[in-house]
Design a protein around this ligand. Structure first.
Ligand code: TXD
Length: 308
């Protein structure tokens, strides 16, 4: 039986996510948006690409939640993106008004689904979806860390002129400018990053990673990044559908791990058929712990503004 995967929001991230999922044949895809007819056109276009793109996934676009019934995975991308000069946190009020009713509809139609939240401010929206859905914590998680990590990896590969595939890295913390790229756990073909780069260079790459989202918004002017984010979501969906049990940095609900309680926060998790199957706690230096603490404070300040 093929999996049924729904993507809510057929904007930039939603449409490319749906397309990648279909192309990789991870399941049949339903793409939903509030804009009348638009997702139907996009879905049809993707379906018609099947013969030449060599994928058999059935893709459909819709304006109705009836078509999403009994989905195995629901990806929530509905919401406003940033524009230049804006922080992710400034999207809170507008996106609470979107993600809350979307989650309620999803729960009504797909009570057993996994919820993969993408809308910003990410950690706060994952928390909202968790609380509103009433789903167990293993079935609600957010995408951010893979995106932040792929940016960090890309910058390192650009600097060293080596394959992106050689670079293993980890970015922890909230999805904001306080995120914590852990250079100490970053390797190039298993060799510590410090063998290749001095501290100044590493610091500059860490800083560019933290501001990576904003750098793209500045160029796009009318919205935020979508290619790398969509690929990151597709990697998560693949790990669940194929039960790959990949260890990936994702926003997960913490109940004491890393000394943090009742918060969605970016940590390494094992992602498989059971959703969040394990949260991996790694040893951190005092300096890293301090950076994580200020990231926690930044996320908690935003979450506290949500009126559930
Ligand atoms: O790392 C991450 N988590 C992120 C998050 C990386 C990239 C983008 N990130 C956030 O995803 C971004 O800040 C936004 O909050 C969302 C979606 O970004 P996208 O770039 O796809 O925005 P678009 O192109 O404006 O698309 C949003 C779509 C648009 O088609 C709206 O009509 C639709 O969302 N929308 C809705 N769909 C369904 N239901 C409701 N209520 C709804 N409201 C708006």
């Amino acid at each position: 039986m093929r999996k049924k995967i729904t993507v809510i929001g057929a904007g930039h991230v939603g449409e490319i996510t749906a397309f990648k999922i279909a192309e990789k044949e991870l399941g049949d895809v339903v793409l939903l948006d509030v804009v009348e007819d638009m997702p139907i056109g996009k879905g049809l276009d993707m379906r018609e690409g099947g013969p030449v793109g060599q994928y058999d996934s059935a893709i459909m676009g819709t304006n109705s939640y009836e078509d999403t019934a009994n989905s195995d995975i629901v990806v929530i991308t509905a919401g406003k993106p940033r524009t230049p000069g804006m922080s992710r946190d400034e999207l809170l009020d507008a996106n609470v008004q979107i993600v809350k009713p979307v989650t309620e509809e999803v729960v009504k139609h797909s009570p057993n689904a996994m919820l993969l939240v993408v809308t910003n401010p990410l950690d706060a929206m994952a928390y909202l979806a968790y609380k509103v859905s009433g789903f167990p914590k293993n079935r609600v998680f957010g995408m951010a860390g893979i995106l932040d990590t792929t940016r960090f990896r890309a910058f390192i590969s650009m600097e060293l002129n080596v394959s992106v595939e050689n670079i293993q890295a980890l970015v922890l913390g909230g999805h904001g400018d306080t995120m914590v790229p852990i250079a100490r756990y970053t390797t190039v073909a298993g060799i510590p990053l410090t063998h290749f780069l001095g501290q100044d260079k590493i610091d500059a790459i860490v800083e560019r990673t933290r501001k990576g989202g904003g750098e793209i918004v500045k160029y796009l002017k009318t919205g935020s990044a979508y290619y790398a984010p969509s690929l990151a979501v597709a990697e998560m969906v693949e790990s669940i559908v194929k039960d790959k049990k990949k260890i990936l940095p994702c926003a997960a609900y913490l109940e004491g791990e890393y000394g943090i309680k009742d918060l969605y926060f970016g940590v390494p998790i094992k992602l498989g058929a059971g959703g969040v199957e394990e949260i991996i706690e790694i040893d951190l230096t005092d300096e890293e712990k301090e950076m994580l603490k200020s990231s926690e404070t930044a996320v908690r300040t935003v979450v506290d503004l949500i009126k559930l």
